[in-house]
Write a protein that binds this ligand. Structure first.
Ligand SMILES: Cc1ncc(COP(=O)(O)O)c(C=O)c1O
Length: 413
């Protein structure tokens, strides 16, 4: 088999996106403006929510939701250990305490019993992570929160209107995923109270960098009010955005509080609009690749993340597989050998308590044995829409060859 070079997740950019970016660059308006606003409308329509706010990253979206909710010092926020730092760093940014929960044995989601035990009278939010694009069990999460409602004491009007712990989904991977809830299909974005999406360069739908926040209707609170707060937070707390200020004679503005700089530009919005048009095809292609991988790897005893099930359709963002019976050393050797064969692969994730920042906050990996077991034999394969059939065939052949060479799957392969 002739050697191929296969990258992990290159952006899938066509002439459609390029032409729209050129039109934007020539339009006379390149920062936040009509294209970003249209992108927001289309995201809300796609997810089935009243509004959406497009910002410059999912990290900003998470922090914006925490700040909007007034979560900060003396508050606790429950987060999983098995995720990327960006699920948790915004909790640290606002000064709240992250409370980490292990995954359930053999799972990529929080252990829901452990999550329930972690709830205290200080818990203000839970951030579940839809890892790889698979939607978490939000019905169970809401059920637990309802059971613990008596512990919750709101510290402001928005928290009072919600009246319980707030569920902020880290759906950086899960744009386009859907789930059957209460007899009807719901898109990711319309399930948790707030949902944060990433449009980073490696994501299914990209704006180079970028993200969006959606939310479910909150009784007694106008969507428009939430949107306005998010816009203020994301642009210096400035009473007028750049487009409004730019109108002839409309220079005057006020700064209502020292806000942040998280806005999405129209150049990013232009890419997003065209990616969104192509998105149904992108999702179909990802689904086909997953099916091909599953067919090849499942019979060999390799454990793969289930993306599609009755009542559940993932966005197919990451192909996570676990090689039974191996540890970190063999896993890393497999990754190096695959790299020599030209196949880039990755690990999702190194649990947070293994990282310096979180060790220094006092987290100890010994307290999260299930996350460690998920991590030690996990390998993520290339899964993207630039893959050709021959690439997929090549990856499958090389994965099997390399695992055999490392000799750990002899019993299975
Ligand atoms: C699980 C998870 N959450 C959040 C993020 C942050 O996304 P962004 O880079 O758009 O801030 C990432 C990015 O890869 C992620 O993997």
């Amino acid at each position: 088999m002739e050697k191929r070079e296969i990258s992990f997740s290159p952006p899938d950019i066509t002439d459609l996106e390029i032409a729209e970016v050129i039109r934007t660059l020539k339009s006379g308006w390149i920062t936040t403006g009509p294209r970003t606003k249209l992108f927001e409308k289309k995201i809300a329509a796609y997810c089935g929510t009243g509004r959406a706010a497009a910002l410059n990253s999912a990290t900003a979206c998470l922090e914006a939701s925490l700040r909007l909710l007034g979560i900060g010092r003396d508050d606790e926020v429950i987060v999983p250990t098995y995720t990327y730092t960006a699920s948790v760093s915004p909790v640290c940014h606002v000064g709240a305490k992250p409370v980490m929960v292990d995954v359930a044995p053999g799972a990529y989601e929080m252990d829901y019993d452990a999550m329930e035990h972690a709830i205290t009278e200080k818990t203000k939010a839970i951030i579940p992570v839809d890892l790889g694009g698979v939607i978490c069990d939000y019905e169970k999460i809401f059920e637990i929160i309802e059971r613990k409602k008596a512990l919750f004491s709101p510290s402001n009007k928005l928290q009072e209107a919600i009246g319980r712990i707030v569920v902020i989904a880290d759906s950086a991977h899960a744009f386009g995923a859907k789930k059957l809830i209460g007899g009807s299909w719901k898109r990711c974005g319309a399930i948790a109270d707030f949902t944060s999406f990433s449009f980073h360069a490696v994501k299914n739908l990209t704006t180079a960098e970028g993200g969006a926040l959606t939310w479910r209707k909150i009784e007694g609170i106008e969507d428009e009010w939430i949107y306005r707060q998010l816009m203020l937070l994301s642009l210096h707390g400035q009473s007028k955005d750049a487009l409004a200020k730019n109108r002839t004679g409309a220079w005057e503005y006020d700064i209502l509080f020292p806000g942040y700089k998280w806005n999405m530009t129209d150049v990013m919005g232009a890419i997003g609009l065209k990616q969104l048009e192509r998105y149904p095809d992108i999702l179909k292609k990802r689904c086909r690749i997953i099916e091909t991988y599953d067919k090849a790897f499942r019979p060999l005893g390799i454990q793969v993340r289930k993306h599609f099930d009755k009542g559940q359709a993932s966005s197919g963002h990451l192909y996570l597989m676990r090689i039974p019976g191996i540890g970190e050393t063999e896993r890393n050797r497999i990754i190096s050998l695959m790299a020599e064969e030209g196949v880039a692969s990755n690990v999702h994730y190194k649990p947070l308590p293994m990282l310096t920042a979180y060790k220094e906050l006092g987290f100890d990996m010994k307290d999260y044995p299930n996350a460690y077991r998920q991590y030690e034999n996990e390998i993520t394969l290339p899964l993207h829409t630039c893959l050709k059939n021959e690439d997929i065939e090549y990856i499958i052949t090389k994965v099997v060859e390399v695992i055999r060479r490392v000799g750990e799957l002899d019993h299975a392969v």
